[in-house]
Ligand binder design. Sequence first.
Ligand SMILES: [Zn+2]
Length: 122
Amino acid sequence: MNKPDKSRADNPPLDTVAEFQRRRKLATRYGAPPLIVTVLCVISTIVLFNIEFSSPILRVNLVIALILIGIVSWALHLHFEGKYIRCPNCDRMPSLGTRGIDVDPVVCPNCGARLREYDSFL
Ligand SMILES: [Zn+2]
């Protein structure tokens, strides 16, 4: 009873496109703030290493705190991306193998469902 590639026929392209773009907005809404925090932590750590500081111990403590916050924020960012950036058709992340995930693919690399309209971005 295996039907060959029925995804295109049974799922109108607009449905998977609209649903995936909706999920992508959620991923940005929840995933962007922790990403910004991570970037700020990295910048602050670099700045801390390059300015004169009265107390070396305080500097070390600040760097450790920044690194911990940065790791937690990065984990949160990855968590939200993995939670929301999923193909509506097969519910898998659009993985590119070792290159990570494609956050805005035209078609799902797993099942071939359309995830973005070719001309939707001017
Ligand atoms: Zn898919």
